[in-house]
Design a protein around this ligand. Structure first.
Ligand code: BES
Ligand code: ZN
Ligand code: ZN
Length: 500
């Protein structure tokens, strides 16, 4: 991850390779921000003429590269479009991501935080959005590449205060943004990691290492502990793999904490489907089936770095879902933490089985809020697509807080109902529940209704991130191909807002 810092230098003096400024669009013509105009003047560049010459109109997605001809330390001035409508912070985040992508091969980048754009945002918000966008746009997963010449990377990103931008507020925004970038990049790294290198025991060790030297305490339950604790769901899903399952508990416990939130993450390190084997094309993205767990780990580390005053427990249920002679069979009955029984009629509906144990365990300490995050259903992808996660919950205040956090963070989130009428889809002939509903009927909702059974009346919300966790397409802004880090930004915002 490049260094992300607020710097007090002027755009002409900044010791970077590229300086980026912003422009909006009016009447098919670019309208550069006040700082861009001032910078053009200082460099003796007729910005309007230069932008016209390259047909830059200021659309979101457009960038113009203008050489500074040695009049500034930077060789290139990047003008980045924000589009016609009055830009919001998400537009700024996107444009900053595009700027970083365009500067990737150049070494270092400075972005000027515009004081005159994004009308209703604070300087802190402007600075934070640009920091997040640029930092995430610069992300690249290079661990498994051996040819160093095709590794683009930005070494450093500086954020400069534009006209009228307060240094103190901007510094705070950059610092918070940098923590979010670090956490989101960590979640991306974990999800991008090939499944052979994150089997449950190895991933548990890695989580322990990540927390080392932080304020986060980590406890790992191995297969023996899980058996003693009655975690039949996690054990059942993991029993087909030669690598045993784990339940990792992370705790952020500040002195004089106000309130307690528990985050639960689905951590299927590879989902082959088990004996209900997935077809080959459905398996190609299934290393991302621990995206919920990755988000929980990253959010706890961010909470520690931000010094949040809420007590936060993270529970990540790690198992590898494999077919084998020891795998769970279709029709097997599992006994979950707390004693309820479930008939497994499809071994590919495994996420709910591991989450059932983790939710039941999490509910035992009666937190103020219990939130699970999971790449749970293909039906979520059908209903809401790759950019919008599904949200369901039993507490209106919690649901509203998460929706508002997602909006601030620039992540898609949409509430779906939890109709009691569909509970009967889960009725088993022989056990308390079965793990699947009816084919092609409200799969996302029915999966959530299954989870609800294990929450014991604790205020609960469920985020289904099956689509948003991983993208095979990527965009030109701040989300490239592969893991996205969703919904880390939403979770961090939610936790920050709780203590505001
Ligand atoms: N991990 C998958 C869900 C998924 C699908 C995540 C696509 C990301 C992209 C989950 O374990 C699964 O296979 N769910 C089944 C449940 C069904 C058998 C009831 C599904 O959605 O098809
Ligand atoms: Zn599955
Ligand atoms: Zn799965």
């Amino acid at each position: 991850m490049p260094k992300l810092e607020f710097a007090k230098s002027s755009p002409t003096a900044a010791k970077v390779d590229v300086v980026a400024v912003f422009a909006t669009k009016r009447d098919r013509t670019a309208v550069p921000a006040a700082d861009a105009v001032a910078l053009g003047d200082a460099l003796d560049i007729d910005l309007g003429a230069e932008l016209d010459a390259v047909r830059f109109e200021g659309d979101l997605g457009q960038v113009a590269r203008i050489p500074t001809r040695r009049r500034a330390k930077a060789h290139v001035l990047l003008v980045v479009g924000l589009g016609e409508e009055s830009p919001d912070t998400e537009t700024l985040r996107k444009a900053a991501g595009l700027a970083a992508r365009n500067a990737l091969k150049n070494g270092t980048l400075a972005l000027v935080i515009p004081g005159d754009l994004v009308a209703d945002a604070t300087d802190n918000e402007r600075a934070r959005a640009i920091t997040e966008g640029a930092g995430l746009g610069a992300y690249a997963y290079t661990t498994y590449r051996t040819k160093s010449n095709d590794l683009p990377s930005l070494e450093g990103i500086e954020l400069l205060a534009g006209e009228g931008v307060g240094a103190k507020e901007a510094t705070a925004g950059v610092q918070a943004g940098a923590v979010v970038v670090e956490a989101t990049s960590l979640a991306r790294d974990l999800v991008n990691t090939p499944p052979q290198d994150k089997r449950p025991p190895a991933l548990a060790d890695r989580i322990r290492d990540l927390a080392d030297g932080t304020g986060i305490k980590v406890t790992v339950l191995d297969e023996g502990d899980l058996a003693k604790g009655g975690f039949g769901g996690i054990l059942g899903v993991g029993q087909g793999s030669s690598a045993p399952p784990r339940l990792v508990e992370l705790t952020h416990s500040p002195a004089r904490a106000s309130g307690h939130v528990t985050l639960v993450g689905k951590g299927i390190t590879f989902d082959s489907g088990g004996l209900s084997l997935k077809p080959p094309t459905a398996m190609t993205t299934m290393k991302s089936d621990m995206g919920g767990a990755a988000a929980v780990v990253a959010t706890l580390l961010a909470a520690d770095r931000l010094g949040l005053r809420t007590k936060i427990t993270g529970l990540v249920a790690l198992a590898e879902n494999m077919p084998s002679g020891t795998a769970i069979r279709v029709s097997d009955v599992l006994t979950h933490r707390g004693g309820s029984t479930v008939e497994v009629l499809n071994t590919d509906a495994e996420g709910r089985l591991v989450l059932a144990d983790a939710l039941a365990y999490g509910a035992e300490s009666k937190p103020d809020a219990l939130i699970d995050i999971a790449t749970l259903t293909g039906a979520q992808v059908v209903a809401l697509g790759p950019k919008i996660s599904g949200l369901m919950g039993t507490d209106d205040g919690l649901v509203a807080a998460l929706l508002s956090a997602a909006k601030q963070a620039g992540e898609g989130l949409w509430q779906l109902p939890l109709p009691v009428e569909y509970r009967e889809h889960l009725r088993s002939e022989i056990a308390d529940l079965k793990n699947i509903g009816k084919p092609r009927q409200a799969g996302t909702i029915v999966a959530a209704l299954f989870l609800k059974e294990f929450t014991d009346g604790v205020p609960w919300a469920h985020l289904d991130i099956a689509g948003p966790a991983f993208t095979e397409e990527g965009d030109d802004f701040y989300t490239g191909k592969g893991a996205t880090g969703a919904p880390v930004r939403t979770l961090v915002r939610y936790l920050e807002a709780r203590q505001a």
